[in-house]
Design a protein around this ligand. Structure first.
Ligand SMILES: O=P(O)(O)OC[C@@H](O)[C@@H](O)c1c[nH]c2ccccc12
Length: 258
């Protein structure tokens, strides 16, 4: 799967290179970016990063008809700490423009895509996103060590995704401070919350830790908070019923869960 994701990015990177060569690269976004980390910390453990995800490789269509602006507003009203926006087109039916559409909600936005090249980080800086996902196992550590500081330089929070100890080691070598543990193995797409349960023992002070994928119930949010995660990231279970506001409320309170 990871190879397929990386391949799907080659045309995009080539197009960004052409823009840069022609001097037509989009300028950095001039508006204010709300702080991603501060927003998580303000909500305390149990903070929820709610994801706008219309489709996925493991599920196919989830909610292709829901609009980014509406969902982001529903998440903001429902008490999310931040909104994650899938921008990858081929496998997730995402679009970069969804970041612009979601920005009106006022929460910090996380761009979820497969970032391999510095120009993709620069392109992200031309959107209202506050943070951008980097996946430790998708890029060589030397490249990761270039992307993490570049994010910082451009005013973006790098959220570095790991799956195991080796990924964590590489993330730290690259200077990552915000660590997202993915419960879904991106090669097999299998989900297991034990990944988060085991990895959090490796957390060190000063880092921000997020548990992502496969979270569907209030008890799981509470468990991850108690185990030491600053936030959880939830997509499918908020989107799939077509009522993201109600789903977020149930996830936060536990009331009405079946
Ligand atoms: O829909 P879920 O199971 O709640 O998972 C959300 C999120 O963790 C997932 O979308 C994700 C985590 N890391 C990624 C990397 C790329 C694309 C997607 C992801």
């Amino acid at each position: 799967m990871l190879d397929a994701f990386a391949k799907a990015k080659q045309a995009e990177i080539a197009a960004l290179e052409a823009l840069a060569a022609a001097g037509d690269f989009p300028a950095p976004w001039a508006g204010e970016r709300p702080s991603f980390v501060e927003s998580l910390l303000r909500r305390g453990p149990g903070a929820i990063i709610a994801e706008y995800k219309r489709a996925s490789p493991s599920r196919g269509d989830i909610a292709p008809e829901l609009r980014a602006a509406d969902v982001a507003m529903a998440y903001a009203r429902g008490g999310a700490a931040a909104v994650s926006v899938l921008t990858q087109e081929e496998h997730f039916r995402g679009r970069l423009e969804f970041l612009d559409e979601a920005a009106g909600c006022g929460l910090p936005l996380l761009r979820k895509d497969f970032i391999l090249h510095p120009l993709q980080v620069r392109r992200t800086a031309a959107t209202p996103a506050s943070a951008v996902l980097l996946i430790a196992r998708m890029v060589p550590v030397e490249r990761l060590a270039l992307l993490v500081p570049l994010c910082r330089e451009l005013g973006l929070t790098a959220v570095t995704e790991i799956f195991d100890e080796a990924d964590l080691h590489r993330a730290r070598q690259a200077g990552a401070r915000v660590i997202q543990v993915n419960n879904r193995d991106l090669d097999t797409l299998a989900v297991n919350l034990d990944v988060s349960r085991a990895m959090v023992a490796r957390r060190i002070p000063g880092e921000i830790w997020i548990s992502a994928s496969g979270i569907t119930r209030h008890a799981e949010v509470a468990e991850m908070a108690a185990k030491g995660y600053d936030a959880v990231l939830v997509g499918t279970s908020l989107m799939e019923g077509g009522d993201p506001a109600g789903a977020l409320e149930r996830l936060r309170s536990g009331e009405g869960e079946t």
